[in-house]
Ligand binder design. Structure first.
Ligand code: FES
Length: 105
């Protein structure tokens, strides 16, 4: 299984355990608070915005076109920003740490 260390907007960190195949958004939506994923994972809503800690950023590869376009529209975008719905859980991610960005209204 894949362990992901997740810090929420209150600064609380918890470790979630997922299985390969699903997306990171689904894990965060189902197991923690703060990620709604209201578009269901089609890179259209931005409510799955996370910031990946620096050592883990490069290994995730570049965002696809749809992800890039939406990220550019997010006010809170920063280095390491990703849409968690566009990241499929894989064994190489185990140990990764990230911070949830609260949805913009
Ligand atoms: Fe909507 Fe990721 S769930 S953009």
């Amino acid at each position: 299984s894949i362990e992901i260390h997740v810090t929420d907007d209150l600064g609380e960190t918890q470790t979630l355990t997922g299985e390969p195949g699903g997306t990171l958004m689904e894990l965060l939506r189902d197991e923690s608070s703060g990620v709604e994923g209201i578009c269901g994972g089609c890179a259209a809503c931005g409510t799955c915005h996370i910031v990946v800690d620096e050592p883990w950023q490069a290994g995730l590869g570049e965002p696809g076109m749809d992800e890039q376009i939406l990220l550019e529209a997010l006010n809170e975008r920063t280095t390491g920003s990703r849409l968690s719905c566009q990241l499929r859980l894989a064994p190489e991610m185990s140990g990764m740490s990230l911070t949830i960005v609260p949805a913009e209204c």
